[in-house]
Design a protein around this ligand. Structure first.
Ligand code: SF4
Length: 485
């Protein structure tokens, strides 16, 4: 039997100041990183783990849904933790996956430290990796966190659990991961842990990673760390298991999203597509992936192959502005890049089959009226077709992206204006993450106004949309935001 020392409770925080439209985006994914960590630790140190996802627990404890920090949130949190037998767990790990979770992560840790001072609190995820100082004590701040893990958590957490040092500390200790783990040695994610706790059918999105990191360095992206791929043997073994789970849980519309940052750069991607075709998996599942435009340059046959296995490809095109594309670090040759995108879109228009997604990024520093219109004209001239789904989004200035680290450059070059440390403000973090001014002559209000009016028409025109209510939610969210500005 495990002793108390060998029990670790993972907590997944929700987001304060969130709105309905954002919940639809952020509240139905399975926290795969934590499940990877759980199975890895179980295999290496025979630890017992448990998980509490506060995004899901809101269905049982209504006040966990509080839009802002308050006492009702605290009461609900403690009730929820008591029901899950928090007392049995010696160690607490909080996954602050995105900066949008920062305020709730901080509050949860403060509550727990006060109520259970003997339990060490560990925090990890993208935000602690980018801004570890937000979690440690300083002259101005008493911190509830005992350990902050920067970078990949597996090895740091393993060493911590094996050491005799896992106890509450007067001073927060920052653990930097030394090197990257060999991902082929990782066990299958601990889906069982999550789905036993939350056995809901047809609720969650299932994603699958067969690589980590990304070989590219886009200026707006937080995923650009060391790139590594699975072997095909590992993929096959894991994918069979995943298919069984997805069939069992999402029998209404079994979907698997390949979450690799750049599917076609993963060394086994061709073999994976062949495998899906040979095993006729498209007859049971729909698949999707993300890819780079240049992966299909002079290779349009590759599109045919992906469509044969039912794969919806999301192309990270982002902008049709020849000025912005190099600024985004997307390409040094924007003319060729745009031409390649046009050939890909033409290929989709030629025959029926799975559609593709055209991902666009509006509001990148330097964006102005003319660059915004260039991209919109591109959409209207080349992409309005039932086999092409337009997927626009707004640039968010996450603390671990190139832009955040180089704000002075954009301020000097384009007159951009940013909110620094926006994740600490007591209001909607996503809205605060969008720059106040993408460029000197283009304000956030102008951007949101044009974005909502123009892209609503584009999104509405797409005939293959399954659920219209999502679009209404989208429009409501942006209308309200525009009024607030
Ligand atoms: S946007 Fe895509 S291609 Fe660019 S660095 Fe991020 S994950 Fe890689």
């Amino acid at each position: 039997m495990s002793t108390n020392k060998n029990k670790l409770l993972f907590i997944i925080p929700g987001f304060f100041y969130i709105e309905e439209y954002q919940k639809a985006l952020y509240y139905n994914d399975i926290p795969l990183g934590t499940l990877h960590l759980s199975s890895f630790l179980k295999e290496r140190v025979n630890i017992e783990t448990q998980i509490i996802d506060l995004r899901v627990e809101q269905e049982n404890y209504k006040n966990l849904d509080s839009t802002e920090p308050n006492d009702l949130f605290k009461v609900s949190l403690l009730k929820c933790l008591e029901k899950k037998n928090l007392q049995e767990f010696q160690n607490i790990g909080i996954n602050c996956y995105t900066s949008f979770q920062y305020l709730q992560t901080d509050l949860i840790a403060k509550i727990l430290k006060k109520e259970f001072p003997k339990k060490p609190i560990i925090v990890g995820g993208y935000h602690p990796t980018a801004v570890p100082k937000d979690f440690r004590n300083s002259f101005f701040r008493e911190s509830p966190f005992d350990f902050v893990i920067r970078g990949e958590a597996e090895l740091s957490l393993l060493n911590l659990l094996k050491s005799n040092n896992l106890k509450p500390r007067r001073r927060t200790r920052i653990l930097n991961s030394n090197g990257c783990i060999e991902i082929n040695t990782l066990p299958f994610p601990d889906y069982e842990l999550y789905l036993e706790q939350y056995p809901y059918k047809n609720k969650f999105k299932f994603e699958y990673f067969m690589s980590r990191g990304c070989p590219y360095q886009c200026a707006f992206c937080a995923q650009n760390y060391d790139f590594r791929s699975f072997t095909f043997q590992k993929f096959k073994k894991e994918f069979e298991k995943l298919c069984r789970i997805v069939e069992q849980y999402n029998y209404n519309a079994p979907k698997i999203a390949f979450a690799d940052q750049s599917f076609n750069r993963v060394s086994i991607s061709n073999k994976v597509v062949d495998y899906l075709i040979q095993n006729k998996l498209n007859e049971k599942f729909s698949f999707s992936c993300q890819s780079r435009v240049e992966s299909f340059k002079n290779n349009l046959n590759l599109i045919k192959k992906h469509r044969t296995c039912g794969m919806i490809i999301g192309f990270g095109f982002e902008s049709a502005s020849k000025r912005l594309l190099p600024e985004m670090h997307k390409t040094e040759n924007p003319r060729e890049y745009i031409e390649t995108m046009i050939s890909i879109l033409n290929q989709y228009k030629l025959s029926d089959g799975p559609y593709c997604r055209l991902n666009l990024l509006a509001g990148f520093p330097g964006e102005d009226q003319s660059t915004f219109n260039e991209t919109l004209d591109f959409v209207n001239n080349y992409a309005m077709h039932e086999n092409i789904q337009i997927s626009p989004t707004l640039f968010s200035n996450y603390p671990n992206v190139f832009v955040y680290k180089n704000m002075q450059y954009y301020e000097n070059e384009f007159g951009s204006e940013f909110l620094k440390e926006w994740w600490k403000l007591p209001s909607n973090a996503f809205k605060n993450s969008v720059p106040e001014k993408p460029s000197k002559s283009y304000t956030k209000k102008q951007l949101i106004g044009e974005y909502k009016e123009n892209y609503f028409e584009v999104l509405k025109a797409w005939k293959k949309r399954e659920i219209f209510s999502e679009l209404i939610l989208w429009k409501k969210f942006f209308n309200k935001w525009y009024e607030e500005l």
